[in-house]
Design a protein around this ligand. Sequence first.
Ligand SMILES: Nc1ncnc2c1ncn2[C@@H]1O[C@H](COP(=O)(O)OP(=O)(O)O)[C@@H](O)[C@H]1O
Ligand code: SF4
Ligand SMILES: [Mg+2]
Length: 380
Amino acid sequence: MTDTPTAKTPMLRSQDIDGALLEVDDLHVHFASRGKLFGTTPPPVKAVNGVSFSIAPEKTFGLVGESGSGKSTVARAILQLVDIQSGTIRLAGDDVTKVPPRDELDFRKNVQAVLQDPFSSLNQVHQTRTIVGDGITRHYGTKAGAARDERVGLLLDAVGLSREFLDRYPYEMSGGQRQRISIARALAVEPRLIIADEATSALDVSIQSQVINVLRRIQDDSGVSFLFIAHDLEVVKHVSHDLGVMYLGYLVEKGDANAIYDAPTHPYTEMLIASIPMPDPGVQAARRELRQTFEDDAEPPSPANLPPGCPFENRCPVAMDICREVMPEPTPAHHGGDVRCHLHTSGPELAGESVVEFIKTKAQSKLSGSQRSTDKSSTP
Ligand SMILES: Nc1ncnc2c1ncn2[C@@H]1O[C@H](COP(=O)(O)OP(=O)(O)O)[C@@H](O)[C@H]1O
Ligand code: SF4
Ligand SMILES: [Mg+2]
């Protein structure tokens, strides 16, 4: 982008960042449960438990997991919208949980968010020129007028919308167009990190891929990093360099996105992959078979009452005795990241390698077992 106005606050540039742009270390976020239970205070909801990951400049870290796994709480902790229990969150080396009020503008400039529902996050009574232009005024001092409109126009170019959108109100746009305006608004202050929380989840598949292409192009052009959050593993894998898989507040697996997708090391990741619909009927049938080995109907534990062991134990087809008692610690995995699962240190000792063949073998023996019992019950 050209014609960058002079920033009121210092701008972080990729070349100035030595190491990670964002480092989240051992993050815990608890929420007080509402109400009293038989006169006693109920235990807190442990929404995020010991989450650690980092995002390099110009890279995308994808965060995936079922609804309620704590993804948005991680995002809100980074954005300082919730109090954290413990842990550190560093942006270019500075602990953002200790940002004094005078540096708040600087932080907001470097970290922007794009959320799921642009209709509620865009001010309905303003045209695009104001929605996108306001941040330019706040952070660069450029007053409303031709120069600011020109800058907003360049941002519209970047998100693939024509200059006609300068005059439009949010209610005059489609969902995909509104989401592009949200992205333009985030980009207006030239952030180093954009947190996109379910930003494409409400869009039709074709619009979703258009918006994702916009995000990719923006990354190529501006070098911005993304924390891309969604419950759909296929979408997340498609856009991410690195991937983190969350289950009940724990980051159960993290590492190179393609390597995890090709050879996951955690049974829960394998369950998510087995749930992705495939066009090839043979592959789809094999995935369905694998999926059936997981205890799909088992209710996950409550985040207000987590078990002492692995929280995935009651759905896991390969759980062992130790899994009920001890929460696994992160162990190095083949994809350059780590995995929280006892299979890598106990039992078969997979030592950070793929869990796929191990679960398939279990699936086959489970299926042949149930086949035998069906044969027996049908014997006259
Ligand atoms: N403000 C809050 N007060 C109490 N519990 C909350 C609050 N926000 C989130 N939670 C709980 O924290 C857990 C994680 O929620 P969330 O981070 O929104 O998950 P996700 O984004 O993965 O769907 C859920 O059990 C949710 O009900
Ligand atoms: S720790 Fe045990 S229960 Fe948890 S995912 Fe690994 S094998 Fe399954
Ligand atoms: Mg969420």
